[in-house]
Design a protein around this ligand. Structure first.
Ligand SMILES: [Ca+2]
Length: 512
């Protein structure tokens, strides 16, 4: 009895300690410097909504040319199983910058405020003697574009920004850009201008955060129309929920083998004819094939941005001691399950491209199969800068994986969360757990079926196994681990915010 009580108190104490460690936003910065590591320069290039497999070398999209992403993969590491913990702009960006899950940093959607005292990892880099610069889309704390902690140089814009002639906030001052300016080129130039003026005695960290390739896509004029004749090949799951009225785009790809259409969630069927479905996309204003080609054309300038950065490093003689990252903030669905966009926990939504080039540090041409997450970016870059991971970060450094070292205790499961937004009510709150073989999705807060996929046997996630007698044990185990994770990490409090506006979603548009 006494022992039980002590164990219980100890358990509560450790929970309290974890809670304090995670919640202590205002605690002074403490990251231990590791001995003997020489800090490397780092350039982190982030794109918006670029899905993991739309890169030339992946051979997913015939005709798509991304020579600079291909070069990054050839000369550096391709992290083949890279995921975000929330497939949405603001939560994922906050997870990258804090090393924390969305329910921990609390920026759970695109309107959530930044909590006071939240620490972004570049703040540690500054303490470590780095000069740091932020260039591009911040998009946290709603519309604010003012300088944020952790950056010596600040170039940003409000909210989603615009593709042409943006107004930039440069170190707190609004500066209108001239007519004809294209945002991807502009942000790359701003980054390189700052690097040209840097203090050559200090290491640097640049965070180049592109608007491209967020909807609604607008390619640079030099790329417009380049893919106008590109054939559309639909994913195998695109027409599983089609009705007689559903339009067909390009070549229809039929599923290989039988499909369990009975257990497709009702919300997925309904979303087909909504803002984020292939039948109703953008309230009927944009067609799937036009949308698809515009996306690919818009991506080309992001690829060129990587090329410009690599060329600058070579010219400056810095390409041997600078690590370059390329990553997407979340994926994007192009027709899978009859959907477009992200938010949900399906593979093209939660997977992202992740390439890292760093001669002498990162093995050239290495493929990393282990699952890594956006919350690992901060610990990894801090590791490269010679610092250990702060206690309140939930990710871990994958630098050993980049070096090709064996890491026997690497994680074998990852977690996912998305919180319902009133502006896009067609996607519910979703929690998921994914292993190398299985994914369990819990559709929260609505009367619908949950999902279990054998990703190895069914990579397109077309056969929901939630009723399969042979899979009851794995379903029960994954469900338990998912809820245990939420409980352990303080994720059982779903944040609510007031909904003051008229609805903007069809078929309820204009109602309160
Ligand atoms: Ca995004």
């Amino acid at each position: 009895m006494v022992k039980k009580a002590i164990t219980s108190i100890a358990g509560r104490m450790s929970f309290l300690l974890i809670f304090l460690a995670l919640g202590s936003c205002t605690k002074p910065l403490q990251a231990q410097q590791k001995a003997g590591n020489k800090p490397m320069n780092v350039i982190f290039i982030l794109s918006d909504d670029h899905r993991y497999d739309f890169m030339g070398f992946m051979n997913k999209v015939p005709g798509l040319q991304t020579p600079n992403m291909d070069r990054m993969a050839r000369e550096g590491a391709h992290l083949e199983n890279a995921f975000v913990t929330t497939a949405l702009c603001s939560p994922s960006r906050a997870s990258i910058l804090t090393g924390q899950y969305a329910h921990t940093h609390t920026i759970v959607d695109n309107n959530a405020p930044i909590p006071e005292g939240l620490t972004f990892f570049p703040q540690y880099l500054q303490k470590q003697g780095y000069q740091t610069g932020f260039f591009g889309k911040w998009h946290m704390g709603h519309e604010d574009d003012m300088p944020q902690p952790g950056f010596d140089q600040w170039v940003s814009f409000r909210g989603q920004g615009v593709y042409f002639n943006p107004v930039l906030n440069i170190n707190g001052k609004s500066v209108k850009q001239p007519e004809g300016t294209y945002v991807t080129d502009l942000l790359t130039d701003q980054t390189l201008d700052w690097l040209n003026k840097r203090d050559k005695n200090k290491p640097f960290f640049a965070y180049l955060s592109h608007k491209g390739v967020h909807a609604e896509f607008q390619p640079a004029p030099r790329h417009a129309g380049k893919y106008k004749d590109m054939p559309i090949v639909s994913p195998q799951s695109m027409y599983l929920t089609a009705t007689e009225e559903s339009p067909v785009f390009g070549k229809k790809q039929e599923p290989q083998g039988p499909v369990n259409t009975r257990d497709i969630p009702e919300w997925v069927r309904k979303q087909r004819n909504s803002w984020h479905g292939v039948d109703g996309m953008y309230d009927g204003d944009i067609k799937f094939d036009v949308f698809y080609r515009n996306y690919l054309e818009t991506l080309l300038s992001v690829d060129e941005s990587i090329g410009k950065v690599l060329a600058w490093l070579k010219k400056e003689g810095l390409d041997k001691n600078t690590i370059v990252f390329y990553m997407g903030d979340n994926g994007f669905i192009f027709g899978e399950h009859g959907l477009i966009d992200k938010r949900n926990a399906y593979e093209p939504s939660m997977r992202v491209p992740l390439l890292v080039r760093g001669p002498g540090v990162v093995n050239a041409g290495i493929k990393v199969p282990q699952m890594v997450m956006n919350i690992d970016i901060a610990p990894t870059i801090m590791d490269m800068a010679g610092m250990s991971t702060p206690e309140n970060m939930q990710g871990r450094t994958f630098l050993p994986l980049l070096k090709g070292e064996k890491v026997p205790s690497w994680r074998d499961r990852i977690f996912y969360e998305y919180y319902w937004e009133w502006a896009f009510p067609q996607t519910p709150t979703v929690f998921a757990i994914r292993t190398d073989q299985y994914k369990y999705i819990y559709n929260h807060g609505l009367w619908d079926i949950n999902e279990l996929y054998d990703i190895k046997a069914d990579p397109e996630e077309m056969n929901n196994l939630i009723r399969s007698p042979q899979h009851q044990q794995v379903a029960a185990q994954l469900k338990k681990e998912l809820w245990d994770w939420l409980e352990r990490t303080g994720g059982l409090q779903i944040p609510l915010k007031p909904v003051p506006h008229r609805r903007i979603d069809l078929p309820f548009k204009g109602t309160y």
